[in-house]
Design a protein around this ligand. Structure first.
Ligand code: NAD
Length: 486
């Protein structure tokens, strides 16, 4: 089907002299042309965003919430057209992308952000007979949202909804690997928001860098790799920008000895293989207690082997191809490294012939803790399974990394699971569930997995200045009182 994609600058749909074309990861076919934003597009978008920032920031919360709800309705109306585009650019199955686009009555992740009734009200932080101190929240101004390719719509929407709700204008830069749905969604927003409130610019890393050094942009909210996050922190330092960095992870999933082995293996496999492991909080290391290790490994292998590769586009599955050839090569090299070091493959290990960038769901049985497959973020369908004996030991091994994004703990004894969870250095821990981020919960990384965070009420604070207003109640004399003073 033919589609046209535009940079959205102010009220305009802009074409470009240079275009890119993404390859569908599932089928290998070339997709549509997307125009790259020019320097002029960038400058015009910044001017338009700045021009609208004051009026949008001054609009009442009620008006902004209503327009966000209208936007959610607009997206719902267009969901049937958006989900196949999302499927083709990401390689996800259509059944998956329907869920992400909000079809029918099912609530979806991206509309949850938009329909969020969360808001930042003034908070009286102290009051006595003489003084009242109120924390008030003001928008930062113009926000640039730089996004990755794994969940293009949900991750962009979390940033857009929070930034707009708190009174900021936003320029979104999608990943060059997945520009299409974000460009369409922002085009749909032209019918909802005043010009300049929400804009989109398509480009590569150089455009991302331009956004980070631009003097008239107040904040960068970035989701992507830790390596890029470090570059952004450096380049944004020149203009001392406010920033939120949501970075990579290496989530450990700890399985205790008291669980139902097959039920937990089923769930853990979903955590490892959701979007083929291309999720920031995918389960990237599985630690199973020694006493149930062999039985668990057998069950995990059975579960992994249920996910077949090379499925047609409309097969309902959480499993799919690698999204791009760079990521495909990273995972392929990890597999080659495991083979070269003679680690045991419990299942998988095969890189499929094309079309599409398919790699079999793979389990590596007890590689050393210092191996690349355990210590690095694989971002693909290959999981190391490891054995543990004591709580203290497994906590220390799980924490022995610079990553600190998510983790899971599985136990029939919730008190025990919570005790272990509280000792894990991770921004989010799931007890008896694989990783399922909820938009009402603050989401952030510890250590090298991020700076600041977003989502939930606390996440809204990252889009605001807080002003502490100290109001002294009796210090000011009225004009009449002043007149009678000696
Ligand atoms: P990436 O860092 O390669 O790219 C992300 C975005 O940054 C893209 O839009 C890219 O064009 C832009 N970019 C690249 N270089 C830049 C620069 N120097 N200045 C400004 N922008 C630049 O990440 P990716 O490969 O798209 O995404 C995968 C990574 O993202 C994984 O590590 C994953 O764990 C992480 N991730 C984290 C979260 C989270 O919430 N913590 C969520 C999803 C993905």
């Amino acid at each position: 089907m033919e589609h046209h994609f535009y940079n959205i600058v102010g009220a305009e749909r802009r074409d470009g002299q240079n275009c890119t074309r993404v390859t569908c990861p599932r089928t290998g076919e070339a997709l549509w042309e997307a125009p790259l934003a020019s320097k002029e597009d960038l400058e015009d978008a910044v001017s338009s965003g700045r021009a609208s920032a004051r009026s949008w920031g001054n609009a009442s919360l009620h008006i902004r919430q209503n327009l966000l709800r209208d936007f959610a309705l607009e997206l719902t109306a267009w969901a049937k057209s958006l989900s196949p585009i999302l499927a083709r650019e990401t390689g996800k199955s259509v059944s998956q992308t329907k869920r992400l686009c909000h079809v029918g009555s099912q609530r979806c992740e991206c509309s949850d952000h938009l329909e969020s009734s969360q808001s930042l009200d003034d908070e009286v932080v102290y009051e006595d007979a003489t003084v009242k101190v109120v924390a008030t929240h003001m928008p930062l101004g113009l926000v640039a949202a730089i996004c990755p390719w794994n969940f293009p719509l949900v991750l962009a929407m979390g940033k857009i909804a929070a930034a707009l709700l708190t009174g900021n204008c936003v320029i979104v830069k999608p990943s060059p690997f997945t520009p299409y749905t974000t460009m369409k969604v922002v085009e749909l927003a032209l019918d909802v928001f005043p010009p300049g409130v929400l804009q989109v610019l398509h480009g590569e890393a150089d455009l991302g860098r331009e956004l980070t050094i631009h003097r008239s942009i107040d904040k960068i909210t970035f989701t992507g790799s830790t390596a890029t996050g470090k570059k952004i922190m450096e380049s944004a330092a020149y203009t001392l920008k406010n920033m939120t960095l949501e970075l990579g992870g290496n989530d450990a999933s700890i399985v205790c000895d008291d669980v139902n082995v097959s039920a937990v293996a089923h769930e853990v496999a979903q955590g490892c293989l959701f979007h083929s492991g291309q999720m920031c909080v995918a389960t990237k290391r599985v630690y199973v207690h020694k006493s149930i290790y062999e039985a668990s490994l057998r069950c995990l292998v059975k579960e992994f082997e249920l996910f077949i590769t090379g499925t047609p586009r409309d097969t309902p599955s959480i499993f799919g191809p690698l999204q791009n050839s760079a990521q495909f090569t990273i995972v392929k090299e990890l597999i080659d490294d495991c083979k070269a070091r003679a680690y045991r493959f419990a299942t998988g290990g095969k890189v499929e012939e094309g079309p599409g960038l398919w790699i079999q769901p793979t389990i590596v049985d007890r590689p050393p803790d210092e191996s690349s497959i355990v210590s690095e973020e694989q971002f693909g369908p290959i999981t190391p399974v490891l054995e543990w004996e004591t709580e203290e030991e497994v906590i220390s091994r799980a924490n022995n990394t610079r990553s600190g994004l998510g983790a899971c703990v599985w136990s029939a004894d919730i008190t025990r699971a919570e005790r272990i969870s509280r000792k894990l250095q991770a921004g989010t821990v799931w007890v008896n569930s694989f990783e399922k981020p909820l938009p009402m919960a603050y989401f952030s990384g510890h250590k090298d997995s991020g700076v600041g965070g977003e989502w939930g009420r606390q996440g809204l604070l990252s889009y605001c200045y807080t002003q502490s207003l100290h109001v002294y109640k009796d210090n000011v004399l009225t004009a009449a009182e002043a007149l009678v003073l000696p």
